[in-house]
Design a protein around this ligand. Structure first.
Ligand code: FEO
Length: 168
């Protein structure tokens, strides 16, 4: 059974994962209407994964005797300056999510909730992967710079790029 404090903290994380899903959805849509179809597909997939992150927490809370609350999600920005700006946003967003996960982990330790602590290890690994992926993509974009054919190929490559390394 989780404590009220942990239940509240997990519900906050549920909201954050839901908002992440919304955020990726907004970026996918911008890419789609601006002709970056490969990047858009990658971001739609990522949006789905964020929803899965939310759902995993949702089910955990209920399994452990808490009550998962369907969160109100704030509407993200819908316009972006360009693809590099999008991936910069993604990196900053994921760094922020990692920080929140780490705080949650710390809270579990201070509450002696080792079960939730164990459950959250999946998220710790996942965040490391997400940050790494965003950094790799930003490095590629830096190399491409203003090269139009490079950008064309990047868009094509991203369509088949995995959003995570099969971590389940
Ligand atoms: Fe579920 Fe990208 O954090």
């Amino acid at each position: 059974m989780i404590s009220k404090k942990i239940e509240k903290a997990l519900n906050r994380q549920i909201k954050l994962e839901g908002e992440s899903s919304h955020y990726y959805l907004a970026m996918a849509s911008w890419c789609e209407v601006n002709g970056f179809n490969g990047i858009s597909k990658f971001l739609y997939k990522h949006s789905d994964e964020e929803r899965m992150h939310m759902l995993k927490l949702f089910m955990y809370v209920n399994e452990r005797g808490g009550h998962a609350i369907t969160p109100e999600l704030k509407s993200p920005q819908s316009n972006f300056k360009g693809v590099p700006e999008i991936f910069q946003h993604i990196l900053e967003h994921e760094v922020m999510v990692s920080k929140e996960i780490n705080e949650l982990v710390e809270q579990c330790l201070s509450e002696k909730d080792y079960t939730t602590h164990n459950f959250l290890q999946w998220y710790v690994t996942e965040q490391m992967e997400e940050e790494r992926l965003a950094r790799n993509i930003l490095d590629k974009l830096n190399l491409i710079g203003n090269d139009k054919s490079g950008m064309y190929m990047f868009d094509r490559d991203l369509e088949s790029m995995k959003t995570e390394d099969g971590a389940e």
